[in-house]
Design a protein around this ligand. Structure first.
Ligand SMILES: [Zn+2]
Length: 160
């Protein structure tokens, strides 16, 4: 039993460092993010917003790299188009330390990134906007989320 524990702890010790290695692209929605995606989809659909690009989520390359200690970036969603070709690629590079961020903060992060890549929204200066480039604190989010969400919904174009 003692040997097993030692082996396990060694494995755990080795498993910690790949967090900072180069991201491994995944072509499926990571299970941890699925509930947030489904919530986003449901909210936007019932608000009558188009969700055309959501259907192409399977074509995203998902990168669930964890937070790079050298950068404060925790999420990225880009659409890259190369002129002269039909090639279009969206990459979502999510770097999250779940130990650091609450489920509410992850939801804000995910909605923010989806705002970029699904609805092409730009950043906003309002401190309590989902599209503000800085993640809100849990203290700010809890009382303000409903209003932030409504504001976000209003900023998205109606059914196309
Ligand atoms: Zn952003």
């Amino acid at each position: 039993m003692r040997a097993l524990l030692v082996t396990l702890s060694l494995l755990v010790g080795c498993g910690a460092s790949p967090m900072y290695d180069a991201p491994k692209p995944r072509r499926y929605v990571h299970a941890d993010f699925k509930p947030y995606l489904e919530e986003f989809q449901n909210i936007m659909r019932s608000a009558g917003k188009h969700d055309g690009d959501i259907r192409s989520l399977n074509h995203f390359i998902w990168v669930d790299q964890f937070k790079d200690p050298s950068t404060p970036v925790v999420g990225q969603c880009q659409s890259l188009e190369y002129s002269g070709t039909f090639y279009k690629k969206r990459m979502w590079n999510i770097e999250i330390l779940k130990r650091e961020y609450s489920p509410n903060q992850l939801r804000e992060l995910l909605f923010h990134e989806l705002g970029h890549c699904i609805y092409k929204l730009d950043h906003r200066d309002d401190k309590l906007a989902i599209m503000n480039p800085y993640l809100s604190s849990e203290k700010q989010l809890v009382p303000a989320w409903d209003e932030m969400l409504q504001d976000f919904i209003d900023s998205v174009g109606d059914e196309e």
